[in-house]
Ligand binder design. Structure first.
Ligand code: FAD
Length: 373
C-alpha cells in the first residue's frame, strides 16, 4: 500500500508529489494526459509566479531545471484604469524586494517538474486514470483541476458561477525600440471589455497577452485584434508587429465548500478557481501544496495517520481563509472595473491615484502582488 495517491499531474499535483516524495512519503501520481514536451520557444501560455512560489519550487528542485529562455523576471508593474485617468506603478525596489515575480512558460514548468520526478525515481503514470475505489492508499489527493471528477466522486460539493468572459491569450511582438530594461515591466489595463495584461517575455519586445473579455477576442480577424490591442494599450508600448495564434479559456469563480473528507483532500483548482486578473490561481495552489506537506509531516511526528480527518482539517482551516480572501479580492476588482457607473469610475481612478501616492498603501499592494501577504 502506498502512502499518497495523487490524481492530476498539473503544476499543483506535481509540486505536491515532489514535496511529499522529498519528505519520504510513498507517492503515486496519475494523469489522464500525455507527458508534457518542451516547446522550442516560449508559448502564449504563461503564468506569473510570485517569489514565494518560486522559493517553494526551488526547494523541491524544480526551479533550476527550467531553461532560462522560459523564465522572465519582472521588477516593475504599471496598472492603468483604461476607462478613466487613474494609474499606479510600482517597482520591486519600492517594496524592498529583489523582484516582483517571474513570467514562466507553463509547459516548460511542467517539463521541469516531470524531469525532476524522473531524476528522483518518482514515477508519474501519464495517460492513465485511476479507479479510486480500487487503489490502496492512506491519502487520496484530488489535483485534477477545476472540473475535478475526483471531487465529484468524493461527494465534496462546490459553489461558483461563470463570469461570461473568456481569457484570450497570445504572444504579441512590439517594436524593437524596447530596451531589455523596459522588457522587465508588466502592464495591466482595465479596459471597457475587461482586464488586459501584458507580461514580458525573454525575447526582445515580446509580451504574453492575457485579455479577459466578454467579447470574443479569439475569433475576430488578426488585424482587428491588433488594432484593438494597440488602442487599449494607449500607445504606451508602440506599434505591434505581429501576434501568434490565439487561444481562449472560459472564466469562472468556484470554491469547494469543504476541502477534505476522511482519507481524501482537494488541492489547487480542484478546491478553488478564481479570475486570472491578478495571476494568483496557481500561486494559491502552490501554497496549498506546501501547507499540506507541512501538515502531513506534523502528523507523522505526532504518530497520527496522514488520512486522519483532524489532520486534514488543519490544512483546510489554514488554506481556506487565504483562498477565500483572494477570491473576494478578485471579485471586488472585477466588479469595480466592470462597473459603468460614473461614481464608481471616479472612486476607482481616485483610489488608484491614492495608492500610487501613499508609500504605506503602495508597499501593501506590492506585498500582496508578490505573495508576501
Ligand atoms: C488565462 C489564465 C491565466 C492564468 N494566469 C495565471 C497566473 O499568471 N498566475 C497564476 O498563479 N495562475 C494563473 N492562472 C491559474 C492557473 O492556471 C491555475 O490555477 C492552475 O493551472 C491550476 O493548476 P492545477 O494543477 O490545480 O490544475 P490543472 O492545471 O487544471 O491540472 C489538472 C491536471 O489533472 C489532470 N486530470 C484531469 N482529470 C483527470 C483524471 N480524471 N485522472 C487523471 N488526471 C486528470 C489534467 O490532465 C491536468 O494535468 C491562470 C488561469 C487562466 C485560465
Amino acid at each position: 500500500m502506498t502512502d499518497v495517491v495523487i490524481i492530476g499531474a498539473g503544476f499543483i499535483g506535481m509540486s505536491f508529489a515532489l514535496a511529499a516524495h522529498k519528505q519520504g512519503f510513498g507517492v503515486e501520481v496519475y494523469d489522464k494526459a500525455a507527458a508534457p514536451v518542451l516547446p522550442k520557444t516560449v508559448t502564449s501560455q504563461v503564468i506569473a509566479v510570485n517569489p514565494v512560489s518560486a522559493e517553494f519550487l526551488s526547494g523541491i528542485g524544480v526551479w533550476n531545471l527550467i531553461p532560462d529562455r522560459f523564465v522572465t523576471r519582472y521588477d516593475q508593474m504599471s496598472v492603468f484604469d483604461g476607462q478613466g485617468s487613474g494609474s499606479i506603478s510600482f517597482t520591486a525596489e519600492e517594496g524592498g524586494l529583489p523582484c516582483l515575480g517571474y513570467i514562466v512558460d507553463q509547459v516548460a514548468l511542467r517539463v521541469a517538474m516531470s524531469e525532476c520526478a524522473l531524476s528522483q525515481g518518482l514515477e508519474v503514470k501519464w495517460t492513465e486514470t485511476a479507479d479510486i475505489d480500487e487503489l490502496q492508499r492512506d491519502l487520496l489527493v484530488a489535483a485534477d483541476g477545476a472540473h475535478s471528477a475526483t471531487r465529484e466522486k468524493l461527494g465534496l460539493k462546490k459553489m461558483g458561477y461563470s463570469y461570461d468572459q473568456s481569457a484570450t491569450v497570445c504572444v504579441a511582438q512590439f517594436g524593437q525600440e524596447f530596451t531589455a530594461e523596459r522588457g522587465q515591466q508588466a502592464y495591466q489595463w482595465f479596459c471597457d471589455s475587461g482586464p488586459l495584461a501584458l507580461l514580458p517575455l525573454a525575447d526582445q519586445g515580446k509580451f504574453a497577452v492575457v485579455w479577459s473579455s466578454s467579447e470574443d477576442m479569439a475569433s475576430i480577424s488578426e488585424s482587428a485584434f491588433i488594432s484593438a490591442l494597440e488602442e487599449s494599450t494607449e500607445d504606451k508600448l508602440g506599434r505591434i508587429h505581429g501576434v501568434s495564434s490565439r487561444h481562449s479559456f472560459p472564466l469562472m469563480q468556484q470554491h469547494a465548500w469543504r476541502y477534505v473528507t476522511e482519507g481524501a483532500v482537494l488541492l489547487g483548482d480542484a478546491a478553488h478557481a478564481i479570475h486570472p486578473l491578478a495571476g494568483q490561481g496557481a500561486n494559491l495552489g502552490f501554497a496549498d501544496a506546501s501547507c499540506l506537506v507541512t501538515e502531513l509531516c506534523a502528523a507523522r511526528l505526532e504518530g497520527r495517520g496522514i488520512g486522519d480527518l483532524g489532520v486534514l482539517k488543519r490544512y483546510e482551516k489554514k488554506r481556506k481563509t487565504d483562498n477565500h480572501l483572494a477570491a473576494l479580492a478578485m471579485e471586488g476588482f472585477h466588479r469595480l472595473f466592470t462597473s459603468d457607473s460614473s461614481i464608481v469610475g471616479l472612486v476607482r481612478s481616485r483610489g488608484l491615484r491614492l495608492v500610487n501616492e501613499n508609500k504605506t498603501l503602495k508597499r501593501l499592494a506590492i506585498s500582496v502582488a508578490s505573495g508576501r501577504v
